[in-house]
Design a protein. Structure first.
Lengths: 208, 158
């Protein structure tokens, strides 16, 4: 089929109209994807029987302006009134879901968790401490590394994630990726080395 | 009739240029990086045929064993495949980002009563903040669908 003479120009014009100017950068795409995974985790918690899910910030419940953190920070920070979610399961310790929080690995090195679920007790210690304290990775239930890629996943992502895994002692560690051919990629467990490098597609879930 | 190599090259250049023009340089960079890497596969190569040293046939040393050995190989993408990779990446950056923004907006709106805006703000570093505005996302839906329709037409023509 021959190329319609104006097709390329039509695509160029349509591209300009389709984009939301504030969301064209790679960092915005990654930040949005982290927020997407935040929602996935909350949906998963509900599916697993969470009896309470609250959206909070340091100062409010159900804030009218919900602020996601887009660069690694500490729970104690008051720079912005960052939002998070509280999860409660019957008879279990209360959990919190955060974006972009620094946590301490077994080595004492600080790592950024793109999305993390941790014990509220640990979060409270860090939030209310007079000094800046990072949550211990052993008190983190789930840590997710989020990557939004337009092409295939690069080798360095697997390498970085394996380094992260070796220092993090939380229960579940996952790498969530959206790339050209993979939507949600879960990585971890016994075969994590191989899956980290191959980027195996293990499932796809949508928010709505 | 499929597009000629010249038409495919022209289409690739036009799309890459448009992507850069609209702030999607990162998409082109990721695509170019992938193309440079080639299509990776494992395959058997008969080692006997691989010169170990030298370029002159009379002087080269060769592996003594003639049985095929397993190697990781990289195949170059064809011009058509390169264009297809760029198109897929652009679709992902346009439709994928829109869909993600839409899902986030809907989820937050459905879960927080009286939510007015979702903000994305950095802490302590120079990074551009942004907001997700539900109305803005909804109003882009038609434009995203137009883009997809044109891209589909291009894919059918390749």
């Amino acid at each position: 089929m021959p190329l319609r003479p104006t097709l390329l120009a039509d695509i160029q014009t349509a591209l300009g109209h389709a984009l939301i100017p504030s969301l064209t950068s790679v960092s915005a795409a990654n930040d949005l994807y982290e927020a997407y995974l935040f929602g996935i985790i909350i949906q998963a918690a509900r599916a697993e029987g969470a009896n309470r899910v609250d959206f909070r910030s340091r100062t409010q419940t159900n804030p009218t302006v919900f602020v996601f953190r887009t660069s690694p920070g500490y729970l104690r920070s008051t720079t912005q009134d960052y939002g998070y979610a509280e999860l409660e399961f019957h008879g279990k310790p209360v959990l919190e879901v955060h974006l972009g929080v620094r946590i301490a690995g077994a080595s004492g090195v600080l790592h950024e968790c793109d999305v993390c679920v941790l014990l509220q007790e640990e979060a409270n210690v860090c939030r209310n401490s007079p000094t800046t304290v990072a949550p211990r990775s052993a008190r983190v239930i789930l840590s997710v590394e989020a990557k939004f890629y337009a092409g295939d996943l690069g080798l360095h992502l697997g390498r970085e994630f394996l380094g992260f895994l070796s220092d993090i002692r939380c229960v579940a560690r996952r790498m969530g990726c959206q790339s050209r051919e993979q939507n949600i990629v879960g990585i971890g467990g016994q075969d994590q080395t191989r899956t980290a490098f191959l980027g195996l597609k293990v499932g796809e879930r949508k928010l709505d | 009739m499929a597009l000629s190599a010249g038409e495919i090259d022209a289409a690739y250049s036009a799309l890459a240029q448009a992507a850069k023009q609209y702030g999607l340089e990162w998409v082109v960079e990721q695509v170019e990086s992938q193309i440079a890497l080639g299509r990776i596969r494992t395959g058997k190569v008969r080692a006997k045929e691989v010169p170990l040293r030298g370029t002159n046939d009379d002087e080269v040393e060769r592996m003594s064993k003639g049985r095929p050995l397993k190697f990781t190989l990289s195949d170059n993408y064809s011009t058509q495949e390169k264009l297809e990779i760029l198109i897929q990446a652009l679709e992902h950056a346009v439709y994928g980002v829109w869909l993600t923004a839409s899902a986030v907006s809907t989820f937050m709106k459905d879960n927080i009563p009286n939510l007015t805006v979702v903000e994305f703000l950095p802490e302590g570093i120079s990074k551009k903040p942004f907001t997700v505005v539900d109305l803005e996302i909804r109003t882009k839906q038609q434009a995203v669908e137009h883009f997809q329709a044109f891209v589909r037409e291009l894919k059918e023509a390749i």
